[in-house]
Design a protein around this ligand. Sequence first.
Ligand SMILES: [Zn+2]
Length: 212
Amino acid sequence: MKLTLSFDNGPHPAVTPAVLDVLRDRGVTAQFYVLGKRHAEPEGRRLVERVRDAGHVVGNHSFSHAVPLGRDDRPDAVEAEIAATEALLAPLVPGPRRFRPFGDGGAIGRHLLSRRAVDYLVAHGYSCILWNSVPRDWVDPEGWPARALADCATRPHTLLVLHDIPNACLAGLPGFIDAARAAGFELVSDVPPACAPIVDGRIARPLDDIVA
Ligand SMILES: [Zn+2]
C-alpha cells in the first residue's frame, strides 16, 4: 500500500518549519498546497522557499480560501483566487503548475470548480490535484492518526490531506509516519491517477462531478 502526504492551507511560521523537520528526519517527500494570502504575509515567501528547497511539491490552493470556486459568484473569482496566487508562486516555483481546489471541509463535489476555473487551468497547463482521504486533523489533532491509518488501509494508494496550520496535524505527525511504515505503507510523493482529473492542462476524465 502506498501513501502520499499533502499539507494544505499554509505556510504558517509556527507550524510549517516543524512539519519540514519531521519530514526531513524521516526522509519523506510531500506536497504542500499553499494559500496566496499566507504567502503574502511576512515570512510567507521565505517559508514557501524553504518548502521548495527541501524538495517538496508546492502547489496553488487559492488566495483567500473563503468560498469554493463552484459557489463563488464573483466575475473575477478565477483571477482573484488562482491567478493572484500564481503570480506570487511563479517566481519561486516555476512549474509544473498544480492547483488544489478548496473543498470546504474535504468533500468532493460540484462546488470544487467553475467552468471558468477549468478553462483557466487548461489554458495555463495546470494539473488539478484532488485527494482521497481527509482525516480532519484540524478538528481532532489527537485522534486523526488512528482514523487516517484505518482509512489508508482501505485503498492501494492514498493521497492524504493534512494541514500545516496551528492545532492540526503537527503533534501527531511523527507518530503517524512511524506507525504507517510499521504497518507496511510505502511513503511516496506521486499522485494517484484518480486524484488528478486534469494533468498538465489535459482533461483526464469527465469533470461533471466536480464542476458547478
Ligand atoms: Zn484548504
